[in-house]
Design a protein around this ligand. Structure first.
Ligand SMILES: C[S@@+](CC[C@H](N)C(=O)[O-])C[C@H]1O[C@@H](n2cnc3c(N)ncnc32)[C@H](O)[C@@H]1O
Length: 288
């Protein structure tokens, strides 16, 4: 199996890799044992292979960045095929960070982070929203429950999409959500102009170039639609000529499969959003 085949595991491929256990909510140890070990090895090799040349070289040479951009899909899918069960077991149903306050439990901080987006977008039961890069759907389910909005989860990882569907069925959220396996840099046409709001939580950083995904989000929104995102970005304090800054950023890119962490507001302006709120780790955007 080549790396591009690994990138596009179809439903048979997903079952081959994960077994019927994909539909079980629990059973981490069983899930790990049931995986096809040879296929697992090929997926790990495919991911590690992407970083062979520049794992230690944090100068982030243009050629290496270009190669990672070209292979973004394969790299990201291989990464999530490997880590999803571990994330669910150790992190939960939401694969993002959150600001914690004194006395918070971990779960409280995660849920507040998600609810904040729903409130800022003003979502309600008459609206449709798009979750761009929805993981296994933890944020989506929380936002559906809070707002009553109908939410479409878009995700290019087939295994995670199957997990989303299994959770929706189990929790009776099938009429309030749908899940699409697709690439957010080339969204299915039927999504264009369909949504009152869209949000993305730590997902658009996987785009080879941020304008590719933000351009598609723009097209998916109705006129006047809102987009809110939490994203990994370098701030204006990032100094390209500071080796320590470069080492830290490159470490994040290697550890979390990002193509290159980019400077956000420049790219957003290219995609024609009007930014009306930009806070530390929080961005709320509207169409111009
Ligand atoms: C760090 S996870 C965050 C998931 C979710 N937003 C959450 O907070 O739980 C990033 C997600 O982006 C998805 N993703 C990455 N590249 C994608 C692409 N090109 N198209 C669609 N989804 C993508 C991954 O499969 C993964 O589900």
């Amino acid at each position: 199996m080549s790396s591009s085949e690994v990138d596009h595991l179809d439903s048979e491929g997903i079952k081959e890799h994960h077994g019927e256990i994909i539909y079980d909510a629990n059973g981490f140890i069983k899930k790990i044992y049931r995986k096809d070990s040879q296929l697992n090895r090929r997926i790990v090799d495919s991911y590690v292979g992407m970083w062979k040349e520049d794992k230690e070289d944090f100068s982030n040479k243009d050629d290496n960045i270009q190669k990672r951009r070209e292979n973004a899909q394969t790299m990201t899918n291989a990464f999530y095929d490997i880590v999803t069960d571990f994330y669910e077991y150790g992190w939960g149903e939401s694969f993002h960070f959150a600001r914690g306050y004194k006395g918070d439990t971990f779960e409280q901080s995660i849920k507040r982070h998600e609810q904040y987006l729903a409130v800022k977008l003003g979502l309600n039961e008459n609206q449709r929203a798009l979750d761009v890069g929805c993981g296994v759907g933890g944020p989506l389910r929380e936002i559906v429950r809070l707002s009553g909005a109908h939410i479409t989860g878009l995700n290019n990882n087939g295994y995670q999409v199957e997990r989303c569907k299994a959770y929706a069925k189990k929790l009776g959220l099938e009429d309030k959500s749908e899940y699409i396996k697709g690439d957010f840099t080339t969204m299915p046409r039927e999504l264009y102009g369909k949504f009152d709001s869209a949000y993305a939580i730590e997902a658009t950083v996987h785009s080879p170039k941020l304008e590719m995904v933000y351009g598609e989000v723009f097209r998916a929104l109705k006129p006047g639609g809102l987009f809110a995102t939490y994203e990994w970005v370098t701030t204006p304090n990032f100094d390209e000529n500071n080796p320590e800054h470069k080492r830290i950023i490159h470490g994040i890119e290697v550890g979390a499969k990002y193509c290159i962490i980019q400077i956000l507001h420049y790219i957003i302006l290219q995609a024609s959003f009007y930014i009306f709120e930009f806070k530390h780790r929080k961005v709320i955007l509207s169409l111009l």
